[in-house]
Design a protein around this ligand. Structure first.
Ligand SMILES: [Zn+2]
Length: 295
């Protein structure tokens, strides 16, 4: 690389010209670093959060929507909640929550009896939610099982994480259009997905997308789209924080104000601090009493 500019986080789409299959490659450095900065996550948790961020970016490209896609697992394991979201504008954030610092490193142990929930929260209309029991030994396997159940389309996910980079590859069958013959369709899918599995973690993390695609599919005709930029951006705001405060109840908040002279809340995703003085707090509850429709 000759440029001194750090390369932006991106995801890049490609489609096969002669088969109903598409793919996407995502690579995150800055947004991954920002999401885990100052959190003191154990390595296994940080790397898993990296995979969730990459997965939310990949999943957000499989649908047309205006809003945000949230990928979340709740579990009975050491890692109670892990979630990442990607907006239709390519803004990522994510978090892991636990009572005590996890010591497990295996996916199935960290997220024992987990439930995977994919929510698509659009600015208009009801949110869509897909829920499945967590399966397999990795996030990739769980997502493959999810798509097998819900869409009945073959989908392959592959993630790789090192100290400062997380990369992901998704390959997905599209509904039959170019290829109507079921047998040819199945054999193409088998061929392409088998090739995808030959990619090593090092290749996925380090090679430019063009080299990855050449390495896997140089015998195929591909159409490669311009990369989409991804950034870490938290959707928290003073207004949202105020609404969350109001939801905690007047008595509780007023006792904090009486004791500390105000309320200080920091966003768990990005660390931004929001301070509310006594005057603002009472205003908040008066507004809430007037119907609460302050957003
Ligand atoms: Zn925030």
């Amino acid at each position: 690389m000759t440029s001194s500019q750090p390369s932006p986080d991106t995801s890049q789409r490609f489609i096969f010209e002669h088969a109903d299959v598409r793919g996407e490659i995502v690579r995150l450095r800055h947004s991954y670093a920002t999401a885990i900065a100052g959190k003191h996550y154990p390595d296994a948790v940080a790397q898993l959060l990296g995979q969730f961020l990459a997965a939310s970016a990949l999943l957000s490209t499989t649908i047309k929507f205006d809003g945000r896609l949230v990928l979340q697992v709740r579990s009975e394991g050491e890692l109670a909640v892990i979630m990442a979201e990607c907006t239709s504008n390519g803004e990522l954030r994510g978090i892991a929550r636990y009572a005590e610092t996890p010591t497990a490193t295996a996916f199935a142990e960290l997220l024992r009896n987990g439930t995977l929930v994919i929510t698509i929260d659009t600015r208009k209309g009801e949110p869509y939610q897909g829920i499945v029991t967590l399966e397999g030994e990795s996030l990739a396997q769980s997502l493959q099982a999810y798509f097998q159940q819900s869409e009945q389309l073959g989908t392959v996910f592959y993630f790789a994480v090192d100290r400062d980079t997380v990369a992901g590859l998704m390959l997905q069958q599209l509904p039959a259009q170019l290829q109507r013959d079921a047998e040819a369709r199945a054999s193409h899918w088998e061929h392409f997905s088998t090739l995808a599995r030959t990619l090593t973690a090092e290749e996925l993390l380090q090679l430019p997308n063009a080299d990855i695609l050449h390495r896997l599919y140089h015998q195929e005709e591909l159409r490669v789209f311009p990369p989409r930029e991804l950034v870490f951006k938290c959707s928290c705001s003073r207004e949202r924080t105020a609404r969350a405060l109001a939801a905690l109840g007047r008595e509780e908040i007023e006792s904090i104000v009486a004791e500390k002279g105000g309320v200080e809340i920091s966003c768990e995703f990005c660390g931004t601090e929001y301070n509310f003085g006594p005057g603002e707090v009472s205003l908040l509850f008066e507004q809430a009493l007037e119907g609460g429709a302050t957003h």
